[in-house]
Design a protein around this ligand. Structure first.
Ligand SMILES: [Zn+2]
Length: 222
């Protein structure tokens, strides 16, 4: 059966009779009625459960070809790229992936051009209200990052952390020393203020600094 459109096409579904057998594929251009698998070797009952490839294939542990019927995978070259892309991580014999060996062939092809058909009228296009199909907002800080990029950033952040306490420690020590000096000064300042009420703020601050810098001076003055 010819493809109407090589990029977008009818959905594929996964099916298997027993848990122990590899996954077959149905649907798409080849088996629109879901009565058989793409390989044509198995019949599917109308009451059988078929699964969305999105929830089966592109996951850890599922990239091995032994999980799938090879004949069904072979038949997928007649399906749309939108469906094939979900199988792109499956490893193929001889190295590489299904995506590399099959999908890129389409993408690199110059002739004949990728086959496209007329778009449906917008009234017939699959549509929704934006709010109805909206998900939860992405965290602002890490928008448009892959998980590995985010982990790398967080690793860099944590490796930077030890540096900041080091720089902070001397500061706190300094401030403590200053506080001690100030404490000595403040104990003496009330006396100074009482004595020199006529003095301006600047004049009062002046002697304070002298007192603060060296306790010996204040002792000399008293
Ligand atoms: Zn099959």
């Amino acid at each position: 059966m010819a493809k109407d459109n090589e990029v977008v096409g009818p959905k594929l579904w996964m099916w298997r009779k027993k848990r122990t057998e590899p996954w077959h594929i149905t649907g798409g251009y080849s088996q629109p009625d879901h009565k058989q698998t793409l390989c044509g070797r198995r019949n599917i009952d109308a009451t059988d459960v078929v699964y969305d490839p999105r929830d089966i294939v592109p996951y850890k542990g599922m990239t091995d070809m032994k999980n799938y019927c090879k004949n069904c995978l072979n038949m997928m070259v007649y399906e749309a790229m939108s469906e094939q892309i979900l199988f792109s991580q499956i490893k193929v014999p001889g190295g590489g992936t299904f995506g590399e060996t099959v999908l890129t062939k389409y993408l690199k092809r110059k002739s004949p051009p990728i086959e496209l058909n007329n778009p449906p009228a917008l009234k017939d296009a699959n549509s929704a209200k934006a709010g109805d199909v909206a998900g939860s907002p992405a965290p602002k800080k890490y928008k448009l990052m892959t998980k590995s990029q985010l982990e790398k950033k967080e690793r860099e952040k944590s490796s930077r952390k030890p540096k900041t306490p080091r720089s902070k420690k001397p500061k706190s020590q300094r401030s403590k020393q200053q506080k001690i000096d100030k404490g000595d000064a403040t104990t003496t300042t009330p006396e100074v203020v009482k004595v020199d009420k006529t003095k301006s703020a600047a004049q009062i601050i002046g002697p304070k600094r002298v007192l603060g810098n060296s306790s010996t001076d204040s002792q000399d003055q008293s």
